[in-house]
Structures are given as structure tokens and as C-alpha cells.
Design a protein around this ligand. Sequence first.
Ligand code: TGC
Ligand code: FAD
Length: 390
Amino acid sequence: TDLFESPDYYLVDELLSDEHKLIRQSVRDWVKKEVSPIIENQAQKAEFPKQLIKGLADIGAFGPTVPVEYGGAGLDYTAYGIIMQELERGDSGIRSTASVQGSLVMYPIYAYGSEEQKHKYLPKLASGELMGCFGLTEPDHGSNPGGMITNIKDAGDHYILNGAKMWISNAPFADIAVVWAKDETGKVRGIIVERGMEGFSTPETHNKWSLRASATGELVFDNVKVPKENLLPNVAGLKGPLGCLNQARYGISWGAIGAAMDCYDTALRYAKERVQFGKPIAGFQLQQKKLAEMVTEITKAQLLAWRLGTLKSENRATAAQISMAKRNNVDMALHIAREARQILGGMGITGEYSIMRHMMNLESVITYEGTHDIHLLITGMDITGLDAFK
Ligand code: TGC
Ligand code: FAD
């Protein structure tokens, strides 16, 4: 991709600090150099590019908002969003790996862990020496995680963990898993499970048509003995995992913009070059409608994400505001990917261009971290006070 930059129709850049722009440039350069050249092939082979882990850590993609004393970069949420945007310009699967590591593994250890847990795990997670995954979803409990059956039983100096998690990003290679399980009183607790613990396995999920460059798997617990010191002491109840989702959903609201920008840039360039009926197809009204609507939607999404970032850095963003941005921006990106693919005609279905890969990836992004419909119901509940889930 020659352009590899955002459309910035409303001069949103002026709302960013110099530090934000520097971070964006360094992540953008890294993605262009390290991700773009290999990602199509990795997706075709359905292999996560493990060789990128070190680079992801070096650019600060793992837990950028975590304080420096625990190995993070202590950045604000706008910076975190920008990093996610640039990673997803490359591929949603690469952004997923960073989302999981930062928002779903480092964040719960930082927010709910003991001092010992923070010092033991966070610096190694920030440097990529350890990789983590997040186990909430189960085969029979996706949108409704409160129904989970994975459970821990007190056995003296350890817990006995039983159950299974499904659809877990990074599971096949993760060194540790932050797992949500019910205790004997039915309260949801978070516990850190380590690879190698007896009875713990992580079978890989094959045959995905989406997020092919991201590894997905199950977490299976068969009477796993987990030391008591691995329990996250400072949270109980569903608000524990849902609090982590706020972090990741926020990042996704920026990430989706990156995928949309790449589709828009690609379609605009193609439309200006591709000649049919004696002129560039960009000169036909129908193609202009698509392109004009794309840049309009990207601009609206940028403003939503930027404002949400500011609120989040001030600790004022509500979970419902985050749901609105995740839902809107992912839907926007998926729609743009579909339209962009049409602008490329037959070429749009090939791996010569990134669009079809983005489009297929976004089918997962619109489903994970709360489906499109669940986020609508969260907004509905927020504005009416009435719960339409049950
Ligand atoms: P409900 O009774 O509403 O709430 C239970 C407790 O949780 C609190 N709460 C939240 N706290 C923090 N943040 C949020 N977003 C919260 N939402 C609710 C709530 O206040 C309550 O607290 P308390 O103290 O009163 O106990 O719960 P519910 O069972 O009715 O469920 C609500 C619902 C449906 C919105 C929720 O379950 C939900 O969001 N479902 C979607 C599940 C989901 O998003 N799963 C994602 C799995 S992880 C993933 O997909 C990773 S993909 C990673 C990648 O590769 O990038
Ligand atoms: P279901 O909950 O069965 O939903 C099916 C359909 O029913 C959806 O359209 C949904 O919107 C609708 N629906 C459900 N309830 C209602 C209702 N009350 N009202 C109206 N409609 C409703 N999970 C993790 O824990 N960790 C991960 O790392 C992780 N990574 C993932 C990676 C990938 C590639 C994918 C695909 C999923 C991942 N997930 C992960 C799981 C993801 O969060 C779930 O798939 C998602 O929450 C939806 O759950 P489900 O698939 O069981 O669908």
C-alpha cells in the first residue's frame, strides 16, 4: 500500500498531541514494514506470525496504559487507541493479539491483582516474554457469560479448576490464561492458569474463514490444581471480566477505523487508476457515492473515538458509551470493506489487495467482545432503563 495514511477530512490530527502523532508514526512505520509484507501469506496459511511478538512489544503495543513501574508505558487512552488503529490497518488479528495481551491479560492483573502478581507477570507480559489469553466465553455461554459453568473448588492450599472455554484468542500459544470461573458460592472469580499445569490443555480451533492470522483455541480444565496465590484477590462478580471488556472494546473502536482506512485508501487509489468506458471509474457517480460515504463514515467514527478517548483518559467514559463506539465503528468498517471490495471488481476477491481479508476479519470483530446486537441492547438499556436481554 503506497498511501498507508489516514484520510483526515476534519483535521482530527489537530486534536492529537505531538506525542500521539509520534506514536502513530512509529506504529504505522512498523506495521508497513513488518506486518503488511507478510500478513496475506500468514492469513492464507492460517498461521499467527509469532515472529512479530518481539516487535509488538518493542513498539509498546502490549499494555501501553499500564504504569512504567510495571513495564508499561503509562500512556493515555488516546495513545492506546491510536496504536490499535495502526495495528488494525495491518490486520485485525494482529490488533487482537495486542488487545488480548494489554486489555484482557495485563489490565486484570493490574486492576485486580496483588502486588506480587503485578510484579511477577506484568513486566514479562509487556516485553512479550510471556503471552497471555483471556478465558470468558464457554461453548454454551457466549453473550451470557454470567451463566458460565467453569468452576473452582477450595482444596486447602490450592483450587481445583474444572470446565472449558471456547473461542479464545492466543490460547494455542499462550503461556498464561486469565480464566473466569465460579467459586462455590457462585461468584465469578479470576484466576491465572499457567501452561504446564496438569489437566490444562489448549486445543486449536481450525477452519476459520476469519481472523486467519490469529490463533484461536479452547481452554480445557480437567481437575487442574491452581495455587491459591494465582487467584486475583481484588474483584468478585461479573463486573471483573466486564471491566476488562471495557478496555478492549474501547481499543477495538479505534482499531476498526484502521481497517476501514486501509480499505478506503485502497479503493480510492484503485478507482482513480482503473479505466472502464474510457475514464477512471472514480469519475462515475455510483463509485463516488461509495467513496464519499466511506470518508464521511470514517470521519464520524474518528470523532467518536477521539472524544471517547478523552473521556476515558479522564476516567469518565461509561460502559454504554464504549458499547456505542464499538458497535458503530466496527459496523462502519465492515460496511466499508464490503463496498470497497466491490469497487475493486474481481481484483477485490484476491489476496493482491487487503480488502477481502479485512472484510472477513471484521466478521469476527463484529461478533467478539459483545456482538453487534448485544451492544445495541446495552444502549437500549442505558437510555430506557429497561433490560431487554432476558
Ligand atoms: P449485569 O447484571 O448487567 O451485570 C453484572 C455486573 O457487572 C456490572 N457490569 C459491568 N461492569 C463493568 N463494565 C461493564 N461493561 C459492565 N456491564 C455490567 C454490573 O454493574 C453488575 O455489577 P454488580 O456489582 O451489580 O454485580 O449482567 P448480565 O448477566 O445481565 O449481562 C450483561 C451483558 C449481556 C451486557 C454482558 O454479559 C455482556 O456484555 N455480554 C457480552 C459478552 C462478551 O462481550 N464477551 C466477550 C468475551 S471476550 C472476547 O470476545 C475477546 S475477543 C479478543 C480479541 O481477540 O480481540
Ligand atoms: P451467542 O451468544 O450464541 O449469540 C448468537 C446470536 O444471538 C448473536 O447474533 C447474538 O447477538 C444473539 N443474541 C444472544 N443473546 C441475545 C439477546 N439477549 N437478545 C438478542 N439477541 C441475542 N471470548 C473470550 O472469552 N476470549 C477470547 O479471546 C475470544 N476471542 C474470540 C475470537 C474469535 C475469532 C471469535 C469468533 C470469538 C472470540 N471470543 C472470545 C468469543 C466471543 O466473545 C463470542 O463469540 C461472543 O461473545 C458471542 O458469543 P457466541 O458466539 O456464543 O454467540
